[in-house]
Design a protein around this ligand. Sequence first.
Ligand code: ARG
Length: 305
Amino acid sequence: LTPPLPAAATAPAVAPRSVERTATPRRYLMCPPVHFDVVYAINPWMDVSVPVDAGLAVVQWQALKAAYEARGHTVDVIRPEPGLPDMVYAANGGIVVGGQALAARFTFPERQPEGAAYEAWLRTSGAQHGVVSLGQAVERNEGEGDLLWDGEVLLAGTGFRTTREAHAEVAARLDVDVVTLELVDPRFYHLDTALAVLTTASGDRRPEVAYFPGAFTSESLAVLRERYPDAIEATEDDAAVLGLNAVSDGRHVFLTQRATGMHAALRERGYEPVGIDLSELFKGGGSVKCCTLELRPAPGTEVAA
Ligand code: ARG
């Protein structure tokens, strides 16, 4: 006689967590929004007639920093400069992979002085944190806003800010392979508003990403589908609250609490979404990832605390 099958009613309502997600400790650079404001409009989210509560922006930013630290990550802080209201979006300041760094060269004159500020930080403080070489960019690139490391290749956005010429420059400078992705929707003007790396490749662990398909040309979408067949394809609703502008440590995914579909999709795959409220910085067209530059030291570098 065959033993009775377990009752179907005990089957879990959601897919079981098939993968154990492991967090790896990260080092981030952030800039407090003490001078944050919306006084010019260089992306469709910015409206100079909508008032900004800078005090609340600082409180919300501190909560993001605390959320990282509570999960074992180290946060370095760069001094904010008066007159540079977008300096809070630290992701745009440069890119660091394996201790090789390249500072940004911004598109709009309003943000250009930020390049020098981030470059100075990377040269001085960065040197204590595993930045072994720093290049000065000739081509226009907006750092991790458009350049996302998946552990194997650098995903490089273009169409609005960072140029194709910059992709070649970054590849040579950081000694990495670059995959160019073309953005088509002005709401998603930086790659990090349309795509998030959830798992960085290492050993036999494959990279995993989430993205909003509507942000890309059909050619770039084909590249993404081929490279990441298991990716989370986010909805327009989640993308429109900047739910793809997320930071992941491999287990915890920090993102706006408003992207409810993303939260569910992440949980289904065994990630732990951490909801963050950055309503004020949203008015500048940025969210969690925009405020966070990851510092990836040279392998084997002794990194000072
Ligand atoms: N106001 C800034 C700009 O338009 C926002 C930058 C957001 N940063 C990002 N990594 N997407 O340049």
